[in-house]
Design a protein around this ligand. Sequence first.
Ligand code: ZN
Ligand code: ZN
Length: 255
Amino acid sequence: MNDLHVHTKFSCDSEAEMKDYMEAAIQKGLHTVCFTDHVDLNPNDYGYNYYNSSAFFEEYLLLKQRYHAQTEVLAGIEFGEPHLYPDELKQLVMRPYDYVIGSIHWIGDMFPCQKVREQYSAKEFYTLYWIEVLKAVRCGGFDSLGHIDFPKRYYGEIYYEEPIMNEIFKTLLEKDMVIEINTSSLRKGHEQTMPGKELLQIYKDNGGKYITIGSDAHEVKDLATDYEIAKQISCELGLQEIIYRNRKRMIKVEE
Ligand SMILES: [Zn+2]
Ligand SMILES: [Zn+2]
C-alpha cells in the first residue's frame, strides 16, 4: 500500500502531525507515504501563502531519518493552479521534492461552494473547469494531476465532453505526466473515486498507462483509506500504480 496524497499541519486545513501518520503507516503496513501539503497562491484561498517549505523540510528530514527503515517517506506538494504561478512553482521545486501534484481548486475567484452551485449548473461549471485543467496541463511543471474531476466532490455528479478530455489526456501524456486516483470522494459519501472508471478508461484510450493513488487525508485516521478500491479499479483497467522519487517515476515500487 502507498499513499501519495497526504496533508499535515503544514497545510492550512489540517492539524495532523507527520509522526502520527508514520506510526499509523507502520501499523497499516504501508510501503510509502508522501506528504503533499497545499501550496496555494490564489489570494482567494483560505490557505493563501500559508505553506512554509523550510519549516516542512526541517521536520521532514528528522522524520525520514527516524522512520525510513520501516516505511518510506517522501516529500511532495499539492500545488494549486500551477499554470497561474509557473515561476513560483519552478522556484519551489528547486528544493528536493520527490513528487508534485498539480490541482485545480479555483477558476479565478470561483470555488464550487454552495453560492457558486446556485449560480452555475454542473454543466456550466464543469465546462469552465475543464478549460482551466487543459491550461494547467499545457503549462505542465508537475508530475501528477490531482483529483481530475474535483467539482464532483461538491456537485456530486460529473459532466464532460469527450473531445476536451482527449485533449487534456493527450497533452498530459505528451508531457510525461500522469493522473492520480484520489479516494477522498468515497469518504464523502460519493460512489466513485476521483476520477471514476469512465474517465480512467478515456485516459487509457489516449495511451495512459500509469496512475498514482492518494487518500487526500487531512487526518491520521484517513491515511490510505480505500486504497484497495483504487488498486482494484486500476487493475481492472490495466493501469499500473507508480510512485515518484526525486521527481522520477518508479514503476516497480520495491526498487
Ligand atoms: Zn486538492
Ligand atoms: Zn489534497
